[in-house]
Design a protein around this ligand. Structure first.
Ligand code: CP
Length: 316
């Protein structure tokens, strides 16, 4: 489907939905990161910013991190939060997504948080909802995962003094990764000077040059002297055929402590999760001193608090 990126802004050019990164400015991103920093400084505190708002989460695809941190974020902002149990919902009796949304609208929901395996589903829902309702994309197919990208930027900002001169490498299955696409767009908006993607040719999009990144095939070369490494898992659920064996993959692209010595000593190792130990990352690295993987998870709460409160407060 053709995706209209303008749909996420209201008539006053304020963010109404949070669907993708493409049309965000550096100041939009910094506003989100600054607000997340404020919430993180008051970790565990309950705010009443969204008292009276009702948020429904619709996860048509599995999730641990995104689903749980959205729920925690909404509850810390005092919103009423409904977790729709898709596996036991009326979609199993043939109800369409549109009818499901209209049904939830009739229950006075203010916001839908949507994850779906089909790219463009959140945009479709945003184009169908009542004008007073906002939609957040919690990951759609291999297209976009904008809130993950924001929490990744937040994590990088906490560990590195500036975005401008950073050297970042994203390693693995770029072809099927919604995270990689949203992260690359965010890094570019923030002015990161060197972004490379690293992986076997079969997992690299043909149009990588249009994405404004370089390509390095060998892992050791790709992580040489970098500040940030973002590891990705093989997204086998999005592959039509097996593109690589996991044993071969670990030999060539699994990040071990020995290979990590090619990067700077203060490199941070990131991974959006879920991680597959012994496939794309060795346990020594995942649990090692350079890993910020669990910091990313924690950052997800503050970032999602920031996005929920920004979007719902824009309606006032
Ligand atoms: N990073 C991420 O989206 O993880 P979950 O699938 O657990 O939400």
């Amino acid at each position: 489907m053709e995706i209209d990126y303008n749909i996420q802004f209201d008539s006053k050019n304020k963010l109404k939905h949070f669907l993708n990164i493409e049309l965000l400015s550096e100041s939009h991103i910094n506003q989100i990161l600054d607000l997340a920093e404020k919430y993180e400084k008051n970790e565990g505190k309950k705010f009443d910013d969204l008292n009276g708002s009702t948020i429904a989460s619709l996860f048509f695809e599995p999730s641990t991190r995104t689903k749980t941190t959205f729920e925690l974020a909404a509850k810390r902002l005092s919103a009423d939060f409904i977790n729709i149990d898709i596996a036991n919902s009326s979609t199993l009796k043939g109800e369409s997504i549109k009818d499901m949304i209209k049904t939830l609208e009739a229950m006075s929901c203010d916001m839908f948080i949507v994850r779906h395996s089909v790219s463009g589903t959140s945009h479709y829902i945003a184009s169908e909802v009542d004008k007073n309702i906002s939609v957040i994309n919690a990951g759609d197919g291999s297209h976009a995962h904008p809130t993950q990208a924001m929490l990744d930027m937040f994590t990088i900002r906490k560990h590195k003094s500036s975005f401008k001169n950073l050297k970042v490498s994203i390693v693995g299955d770029i072809l099927h990764s919604r995270v990689a696409k949203s992260v690359i767009t965010s890094l570019k908006i923030l002015g990161v000077s060197t972004i490379n993607i690293v992986g076997p040719k079969s997992l690299i999009p043909n149009n990588y040059a249009d994405m404004g990144v370089g390509y390095i095939e060998q892992l050791e070369d790709g992580i040489s002297n970098v500040d940030v490494i973002i590891m990705l898992r093989l997204q086998i659920e999005r592959m039509h055929e097996a593109l690589i064996s996991t044993d071969d993959y670990f030999k060539d692209y699994g990040l071990t402590q020995k290979k990590l010595s090619n990067a700077k000593s203060d490199v941070i190792v990131m991974h959006p999760g879920p991680i597959n130990r012994g496939v794309e990352i060795d346990s020594d690295v995942a649990d090692g001193k350079n890993s910020v993987i669990l910091d990313q998870v924690s950052s997800g709460i503050s970032i999602r608090m920031a996005i929920l409160s920004l979007i719902l407060n824009n309606r006032k």
